[in-house]
Design a binder for this molecule. Structure first.
Ligand code: PEP
Ligand code: MN
Length: 251
């Protein structure tokens, strides 16, 4: 990962237009990678499950068009070959953090992995899950704090920002934060992002949509493509200010 990695894109790939419009705007705004799910692990089996392989093809087209590497989720080990054709980074979602067969296969694939913390998992659980990937000889693992379940209902989950410095104390793996799923509301994405950067996160993964009101999934927490560039420049300015003196001297 670079010094500070901003990953942005839709929750899910919905259409060619939505994917390409979002990809171009996050590329122009300064994102380093494009996120987007083709396979969606939904709480209800009746909710949209993703476009599957058609979604993967749209992500490949977006990468060709913008040059942005793709972060996309693998939910089922049976789809691993299809996902590996497109994913520069394979996301293991919060619900699959302890799907050990999936973790082992990603480890064997050697592909960089983004491992999200389960909403009911401890920091220890997360580190042990990461070990399943590392144990296969794949050390390209990035950890992601995305909010945990607490008694608080004012936000979708509770962003555990203390996980950032604690994980950094306990591992050399990069640690990023997903404020979108934690907050569940776009208004909270900026303050939580800045707080995550201040806490020492190596990057952020945020949801962006051209028209969140019409989003198939997670619209209320998506930044608009129109506001993304302003958001990204604030985040990058703080990330630069947070760089350790040694890094600055070497730059
Ligand atoms: C996502 O990134 O779209 C997602 C489903 O996140 P999580 O696994 O953290 O819920
Ligand atoms: Mn989402």
């Amino acid at each position: 990962m670079r010094d500070f990695t901003l990953i942005a894109g839709p929750c899910t790939v919905e259409s060619r237009e939505q994917t390409l419009v979002t990809a171009y705007s996050v590329a122009a705004g300064g994102a380093a990678m494009l996120r987007g799910g083709a396979y969606k692990p939904r709480t209800s089996p009746h909710s949209f499950q993703g476009l599957g392989r058609a979604g993967l093809r749209l992500l490949a087209e977006a990468r060709d068009a913008t040059g942005l590497p793709i972060v996309t989720e693998l939910t089922d080990v049976r789809e691993i070959d299809a996902v590996l054709e497109v994913a520069d980074v394979v996301q293991i979602g919060a619900r699959n953090m302890q799907n050990y067969a999936l973790l082992t296969e990603i480890g064997r694939s050697g592909r960089p992995a983004l491992l999200k913390r389960g909403p009911a998992s401890t920091i220890d659980d997360l580190l042990h899950a990461a070990e399943y990937i590392l144990a296969e000889g794949n050390d390209a693992v990035t950890l992601c704090e995305r909010g945990i379940r607490t008694f608080e209902h004012a936000t979708r989950f509770t962003l555990d920002l203390s996980a950032v410095p604690v994980l950094k104390e306990r591992t050399r793996l990069p640690v990023i934060v997903d404020p979108s799923h934690a907050a569940g509301r776009r208004e909270l994405v900026r303050p939580l992002s800045l707080a995550a950067v201040a806490a020492g996160a190596d990057g952020l993964i945020v949801e962006v949509h051209p028209n969140p009101a019409e989003a198939v999934c997670d619209g209320p927490q998506a930044l608009t493509t129109a506001e993304f560039a302003g958001f990204a420049s604030e985040v990058h300015a703080l990330a630069r200010a947070m760089r350790p003196v040694a890094t600055l001297a070497a730059a």
